[in-house]
Design a protein around this ligand. Structure first.
Ligand SMILES: Cc1cc2nc3c(=O)[nH]c(=O)nc-3n(C[C@H](O)[C@H](O)[C@H](O)COP(=O)(O)OP(=O)(O)OC[C@H]3O[C@@H](n4cnc5c(N)ncnc54)[C@H](O)[C@@H]3O)c2cc1C
Ligand code: SF4
Length: 338
């Protein structure tokens, strides 16, 4: 048993004040990731600052026609919220593809964004891991790396980001609001998560004394032509081998706007605006979708056990774009909740 202190934040300012005073402290929201990591001795916070009762649980329309999502909205409430289910079904279906019903009831939006990698070496304190212990080495590079990244890797770390929700948020070009000792700031979602480089211990660009308070979605929700396609070892309760969030805006049968983000393949949701630009002005079809897949994966590199992900990702991209173009999303559940 490793001792730690527990306190409850009374408001956002108090949460920031508490974490600024104790850099080894951690916020706890739903606790579904942090508690597991503490049980494995991967995380050893000196204090848990409970933010779960802060009033950050609303989903509201913004004056720009978008939606503002409080950081502590439970994953289930978010997926089934009428605004999200109707205007952002891509986000709803990505959330519902993750974890289990019980976990989604408990997990917060911010906790989902800030959950840590599921690399098994990261969880196993008996093995070297640069993310857990900088400078100790990466056990996965020459180890069992079937679940690991094929894009944006470094010699220091080949872990993936495990979230499904984040893949949809990347495609939807969300932004995040954070508060720290020097005030509030807004970050593009694309800038929240980092590639590992030589500092894999840092998952995000959030500072250690900042709290994430909200996620904002722009008005464009791609509700007619979208899909979230997740390929995993079991049909539920499993992390993605590869996932694709695809969204298209069609005008007279031609692609006016395209969004494509991959999950399960990198340290952050993977997008390439040049690939999306290439799709603009084209008629949807297998040939151009295959070309987009080739372009998005041109720098992909496999390791001993995960090279299959490159071809898997290629096929998933083509299938996802086809489903989006035809208006036939992967999950029929999407139709039921709308
Ligand atoms: C068995 C299992 C299967 C799973 N499968 C999937 C899956 O398929 N897809 C998927 O996407 N997820 C999956 N998950 C992960 C799950 O979605 C996350 O555990 C959950 O979203 C974390 O949310 P939480 O509120 O419980 O976070 P917590 O555990 O409370 O916190 C996680 C981290 O975020 C930090 N944090 C939380 N809120 C804030 C904030 N507002 N500001 C700053 N820091 C904050 C905490 O300090 C902590 O470091 C699975 C989890 C389990 C246990
Ligand atoms: S891939 Fe990253 S998280 Fe996994 S062992 Fe290597 S350094 Fe650690």
């Amino acid at each position: 048993m490793i001792n730690f202190q527990y306190s409850r934040a009374s408001d956002v300012a108090d949460a920031v004040r508490q974490i600024s005073m104790e850099p080894a402290a951690k916020f706890i929201a739903g606790g579904t990731n942090l508690i597991d990591l503490m049980k494995e001795h991967v995380e050893r916070p000196s204090r848990l600052i409970d933010i779960s009762r802060l009033p950050l649980k609303t989903v509201e329309e913004t004056k720009h026609g978008g939606v503002l999502i409080g950081a502590l909205v439970p994953n289930s409430d978010l997926a089934y919220h009428p605004l999200v289910a109707q205007c952002y079904p891509l986000l709803a279906s990505a959330i519902l593809a993750g974890a289990s019903a019980q976990l989604r009831n408990m997990a917060s939006t911010s906790g989902n964004l800030l959950q840590r990698t599921r690399c098994h070496y990261f969880y196993d304190v008996a093995t070297p891991c640069n993310k857990r212990e900088p400078g100790s080495g990466c056990s996965a590079v020459n180890g069992v790396n079937r679940m690991h990244a094929i894009l944006g890797t470094s010699e220091s770390c080949i872990a993936t980001h495990p979230s499904d929700m984040c893949v949809a948020l990347a495609a939807l070009e969300a932004s995040v609001r954070v508060t720290g000792p020097s005030g509030d700031r807004v970050m593009a979602f694309a800038d929240l998560h980092r590639l590992p480089g030589d500092t894999p211990q840092r998952d995000t660009n959030l500072r250690s004394d900042e709290i994430l308070t909200a996620i904002e979605l722009p008005a464009q929700g791609f509700a007619a032509n979208y899909t979230y396609l997740k390929i995993r070892d079991r049909l539920s309760y499993a992390f993605a081998l590869v996932s694709v969030a695809a969204a298209l805006e069609l005008e007279s049968g031609t692609i006016k706007q395209a969004r494509l983000a991959l999950g399960g393949v990198a340290h952050k949701p993977w997008r390439d605006p040049a690939v999306e630009a290439q799709l603009r002005g084209q008629d949807p079809g297998r040939t151009i979708f295959a070309r987009a897949a080739d372009m998005l994966l041109s720098d992909a590199r496999g390791f001993a056990h995960n090279s299959f992900k490159i071809e898997l990702a290629r096929r998933c991209i083509v299938r996802a774009l086809t489903q989006a173009a035809q208006g036939t999303p992967q999950s029929q559940f999407d139709k039921k909740i709308r």
